[in-house]
Design a protein around this ligand. Structure first.
Ligand code: HGY
Ligand code: MN
Ligand code: MN
Length: 422
């Protein structure tokens, strides 16, 4: 990269202002963001995003699952665009940066190109993928999974949230049930900027994570059926306590994941007890589990160990435990050429960097199954994410966006520029 080009930077203040401007859509008293997919707050941020992309000269289209594509023309429109972006939906107690940084930085990349009078050879397409978080509707990274052919559009449109509202109904309610078939928008490559959501970059004082792999994920829906009975009169040895069985299951998940070392993670994040009452022994409950590893074989082992564990617990406690795997995402290996492009951009811009595996799932992990894809990480404070105190610095956000800008320019090619700096 020439010195002049490396002077080409995004507008850090404009990006930072956008992050904090959009954080008001679903702002929580603790300083986080609650913007569940396809809800009223998601509509607000989508409307904001559409207007901002159009103001930056992009044509915005929406597909049948609500994913938004903002196309910036290139000199050669016969070329498939370089895709950039992430997601604007959040967890119930989410932060200001998870997904949002990558989506707004992609918009900022377009604005920086506009400011520099750059026309790229290939077009650029900024994306907002529907329902990356998977909190309201399973699975996570839902729309990019459908785009990658893992699910049909009909299958996803029929999925229901806890109140029985389908994806289709929610899309209609917010006016983002697009006409475009899922998968129609093609890309020659996809690059996603995201906060690391873990502690490594900060601990090693590195500015950029060059992501070359991503953990695989297994999601389970579970049901435990025991026998509801009186908390005072039922002798302890005769109880068929669903909640006590659940407690053992949770500790088994933790134990199995810990035993497999740093390369495994296990979480039980949700429980619903049917008709809970202080003086009734719980007879029925539902739960969900999230199991991860960057090795397929480890996922297989965790799966079989969990089955063995529920066999043993259910027999001993005389309850039934159903554990249904509702999603399995294989570990991701990102495209070596794209990973190298990210690494080169980081080095030429002078940012400290290291290779890193993503512990979190991302839309780029799904897209990597159908096109060359790569990711750029920046640190977040104390590695905390999926928490309202999630935080990052303006400088790190700008650094990530600059690496995204220069990676995209290296992939799309510069046809012309009116600004000597580029
Ligand atoms: O669950 C994940 O890894 C992502 O944050 N949706
Ligand atoms: Mn995310
Ligand atoms: Mn997330």
């Amino acid at each position: 990269m020439s010195k002049a080009k490396s002077n080409l930077q995004i507008d850090s203040t404009r990006l930072w202002n956008d992050i904090h401007e959009t954080a008001k859509f679903g702002a929580t008293p603790k300083g986080g963001v609650r913007r569940l997919t396809l809800g009223a707050e998601d509509k607000q941020v989508r409307d904001w995003f559409r207007a901002a992309c159009e103001a930056a000269g992009c044509e915005v289209r929406v597909d049948a699952l609500g994913t938004m594509f903002a196309l910036r023309p290139g000199r050669d429109m016969s070329k498939a665009p370089i895709g950039i972006g992430s997601h604007l939906d959040t967890q119930p107690t989410g932060g200001k940066y998870d997904g949002i940084l990558g989506t707004l930085a992609a918009l900022e990349v377009v604005r920086a190109m506009n400011d520099a009078g750059i026309e790229t050879e290939a077009p650029i397409c900024v994306c907002n993928w529907t329902n990356e978080e998977g909190s309201r509707y399973a699975p996570a990274m839902m729309a990019s999974a459908a785009y990658a052919g893992e699910y049909t559009t009909e299958n996803i449109l029929g999925r229901k949230d806890i109140d029985g509202v389908t994806v289709a109904e929610a899309l209609d309610t917010i006016g983002y049930h697009g006409a475009e078939p899922v998968g129609k928008q093609k890309f020659s490559a996809f690059v996603e900027l995201h906060i690391e959501q873990g502690p490594i970059l900060e601990a090693e004082n590195k500015t950029i994570g060059v992501v070359d792999r991503g953990q695989g994920i297994m999601w389970y829906d579970g049901v435990i059926t025991g026998f509801a009975s009186h908390a005072g009169t039922t002798p302890m040895p005769l109880r068929r306590d669903a909640l006590a069985a659940f407690a053992e299951f949770v500790l088994v998940v933790e134990k199995l994941a810990k035993e497999l070392g740093p390369n495994a993670a296990g979480t039980v994040g949700e429980i619903i007890i049917d008709n809970p009452s202080r003086n009734v022994i719980p007879g029925d409950l539902k739960f969900t589990a999230d199991i991860r590893s960057s090795e397929s074989a480890t996922l297989d082992k965790l799966h079989s160990d969990l089955q063995a564990a529920i066999e043993e617990i259910s027999k001993r406690r005389k309850v039934t435990i159903e554990l249904n795997q509702v999603w399995r995402k294989e570990p991701t290996v990102f495209d070596t050429k794209l990973v190298a492009a990210v690494e080169n951009a980081s080095k030429e811009l002078g940012y400290s960097n290291r290779r890193i595996t993503s512990g979190a799932g991302h839309d780029a992990c799904n897209l990597a199954t159908v096109m060359p894809a790569a990711m750029i990480f920046v640190p977040c404070k104390d590695g905390i994410s999926h928490n309202e105190i999630e935080d990052a610095t303006q400088a790190d956000c700008a650094a990530g966006a600059n690496v995204l800008l220069h990676t995209v320019l290296s992939l799309a090619g510069i046809a012309s520029s009116t600004n000597t700096n580029s």
